[in-house]
Design a protein around this ligand. Structure first.
Ligand code: ADP
Ligand code: MG
Length: 711
């Protein structure tokens, strides 16, 4: 497909990366026995006949009952993937799950990953178009595949897994299928869901049958805190230590829910410190490596694959696993042997404020449904305990019953662009949404597409918009790449866009933060975090992509390797569309101007000495601590940013200084510009003419950009 053109060379690299040679491979009989012990096995024939008789079936089951790993295999065994070269596809809302499950199924079927069984996630394709019969993909990938082939002819069955999560892409896919099923009578659609939402799916598909897999679960005792918790990381750490000291390892493992990578890493470090303190007092242990009875394992999407798979290792009760996870462990990944759950009560959610068109990641309280899912993880192997790091009152009074579906709380510009390019455009108001997005969101996302030039005044896709839709990137990133093509710096922009698509380029270990910061500052160029990322990549390439070089400079080798893979893929897509890849040498300004072209709506101007205000909203924002701009004596008066992060403060992340005239060139629809300095403020338009981009000899700080008073 469009996103996936990984060649054989890349594949071998991925395989080397996922070093699983140490993992114990069970015998054919053992696999069979394990599969037959799963709750879903007892309903196998019942399920297959239900599917034979109905085009759409909703399957409900507890986490761990075998939905994800078994259903596709059953369908395969029942012949759905043999007739006329058709195959079975299973979608997951999360990359990690798609990868991990494919690997598990390949193992159970005793075939190499990437042949009969494969996975495909953005920028990583482990499938073989000729041989793959069971394909695990993210819902985003399947949505893109429908862009290429709206009949989805190559599939006989589509399993939408984890549908209760109501991810944006899942919701859009289900809307599509509602139409597609009438045109493809031979296509089977299976939707799996936790209990919540199941009824809703059934109704949406004309009362499709619901089938519940009878499960075994054990009681879980829920324990709340008596007072609100100040620092949930600290509270989680001290709870985990208490559990470990009071209970024998063989009693079961601990699963801690945190919000994201940053929290997880802090928890990881703090846990190690705490355990070392305790063990050194008790046994004189001097190093964390000497502690033999615990294994602390983080799990989040951005974690390298080989580390992710460690959470599944069976330690046979000799060691206690303490797994620190994001909500990925709520339902997507089933981890055996969890007896204790510690729930911080929050998760990181994308939230969109349509009034001001602001998209951000915010740490938000989980819903009651999520909290119960989290607790439920403790009751799979025996009776368990769930420690909630919040009060019962908070749970009862303050938490939503369910999380608001993503479609109702996220920026839709990406999705709308895709829908437009699929020609669902004029009918958008008739698109069968399970839950309609709020009109405001809809309109402001359209506004954003119009603002960046993807659609015209009539709402039609522009030629730029069409090109943007073909790139597997968010619209703003597609735009800066395409504008860079026009301005002769696509080579540099490819690198920047790829580096922005990987998490955590810099490595900052707790005990060597100063050193790490000095190393990072050496890369800083041109008042820009974007160009700093470019610089890192260029130097790494000049050093033969060396891992040693990365370690020396506090750069994450794995992230760079991934950026290189993404870069290769994107440049292949450009080449396939006859788009030239050209370099501008060291003309930083032109690159910065191109960055501004896609992010003019995400701009801030200086306020005081070290702070910024968001141009569009007037809200105060701060540079994220990781920004290289902190090293500057004077901060630049105008910046654009890649991402807004809301925690206790509002941070702008990955920032580049821009010329206010560029903001006007690309954001003139939104901003007004005034010349200050001299006493009589005069309209910039009068002063500089219509062509803001022309050479102007006015210092940047004499210019004042403000939001237009419109409405
Ligand atoms: P469900 O989708 O119903 O939650 P799954 O099919 O994911 O259930 O899991 C079924 C069983 O397979 C679980 O008992 C789980 O422990 C096991 N399993 C799933 N993935 C892996 C893996 N990567 N490694 C080891 N065991 C796994
Ligand atoms: Mg599952």
């Amino acid at each position: 497909g469009l996103e996936n053109s990984t060649n054989a060379k890349d594949k071998s690299r991925f395989q080397e990366n996922s070093n699983d040679s140490a993992v114990y491979t069970p015998s054919r009989e053992e696999i069979k026995r394990t599969r037959e012990e799963l709750p879903v096995f007892r309903c196998r024939s019942q399920l297959l006949s239900l599917i034979r008789e109905n085009q759409v079936v909703i399957i409900i089951g507890e986490t761990g009952s075998g939905k994800t790993t078994q259903l596709a295999q059953y369908l395969h065994e029942d012949g759905y993937s043999n007739n006329r070269g058709k195959s079975i596809v299973v979608t997951q809302p999360r990359r990690v799950a798609a990868m991990s499950v494919a690997k598990r199924v390949a193992m159970e079927m005793q075939v190499p990953l990437g042949k009969e069984v494969g996975y495909s996630i953005r920028f990583e394709d482990m499938t073989d178009p000729e041989y793959t019969k069971l394909k695990f993909v993210t819902d985003g990938i399947l949505l893109r595949e429908t862009l290429m082939d709206d009949m989805l002819d190559k599939y006989s069955c589509i399993i939408i897994d984890e549908a209760h999560e109501r991810s944006l892409n899942t919701d859009i896919l289900l809307g599509f299928f509602k139409v597609l099923l009438a045109r493809r009578r031979d296509l089977k659609l299976i939707i799996t869901s936790a209990t919540m939402n199941a009824k809703k799916f059934s109704t949406f598909f004309g009362n499709a049958p619901q089938f519940t897999i009878p499960g075994r679960t054990f009681p879980v005792q829920t324990i709340y805190t008596s007072n609100p918790v100040q620092d949930y990381v600290e509270a989680a750490v001290s709870r985990a230590v208490k559990i470990h000291l009071a209970n024998d390892c063989s009693s079961g493992d601990i699963l801690i829910f945190m919000t994201g990578q940053e929290d997880i890493e802090t928890t990881f470090d703090t846990l190690r410190e705490k355990f070392l303190q305790v063990y050194s007092k008790k046994f004189g242990t001097a190093k964390i490596e000497e502690i033999k009875d615990i294994e602390i394992l983080p799990i989040y999407s951005a974690l390298p694959a080989d580390l992710q798979f460690k959470i599944f290792q069976d330690l046979h009760g000799t060691k206690r696993k303490i797994i620190i996870a994001t909500n990925i462990a709520e339902t997507s990944l089933t981890i055996k042997g969890i007896r204790y759950v510690i729930d911080c009560g929050y998760s990181k959610l994308k939230v969109y404020n349509p009034k001001i068109g602001l998209d951000s990641l915010a740490i938000t309280p989980v819903s009651k449904a999520n909290a119960d899912q989290r607790s439920g993880r403790a009751g799979r192997t025996g009776p368990g305990m769930a420690y909630r790091l919040y009060t019962e009152e908070t749970f009862q009074e303050d938490m939503y019953i369910q999380t608001i579906p993503e479609i109702q709380r996220t920026n839709l510009s990406n999705t709308l662009l895709l829908l437009k390019s699929l020609n669902v455009t004029d009918e958008l108001s008739k698109f069968p949404f399970i839950d309609k997005p709020p009109l405001q969101t809809f309109l402001s996302s359209l506004y954003e597409l119009w603002f960046i030039g993807a659609i015209d005044n009539k709402g039609q896709l522009t030629s730029l918009g069409l090109k943007m839709a073909k790139l597997p990137l968010q619209p703003s990133l597609s735009k800066i790449l395409l504008i860079a093509v026009q301005n002769g710096c696509s080579d540099e922009m490819l690198t920047i866009v790829s580096m922005l698509s990987v998490p955590q380029v810099f490595y900052r270990p707790k005990e060597r933060q100063k050193e790490a910061d000095i190393a990072r500052n050496k890369f800083f160029i041109a008042k820009s975090d974007h160009l700093t990322l470019l610089n890192v990549f260029v130097q790494w390439r000049a050093n033969n992509f060396s891992a040693h070089w990365c370690n020396k400079h506090f750069v994450q080798y794995k992230s760079l390797v991934r950026a290189r893979d993404i870069r290769d893929q994107l440049s292949r897509i450009l080449v396939s569309q006859n788009i030239p890849v050209v370099s501008s040498g060291k003309d930083w300004d032109i690159i910065k101007k191109c960055i501004c072209s896609g992010f003019a709506h995400q701009a801030a101007k200086i306020s005081g000495l070290r702070n910024y205000v968001h141009l569009k909203t007037g809200v105060g924002v701060q540079l994220h601590p990781t920004s290289a701009l902190h090293g500057l004596g004077d901060l630049p008066p105008y910046v654009v940013y890649h991402e807004l992060l809301m925690t206790s403060k509002e941070y702008i992340c990955c920032v580049t200084s821009v010329d206010p005239f560029w903001l006007m060139e690309y954001g003139g629809l939104l901003y007004d510009i005034k010349r200050v300095k001299d006493n009589h403020e005069s309209e910039a338009k009068g002063l500089f003419g219509e062509h803001y981009g022309d050479v102007v000899d006015v210092a940047e700080d004499e210019i004042d950009v403000n939001i237009k008073k419109y409405r």
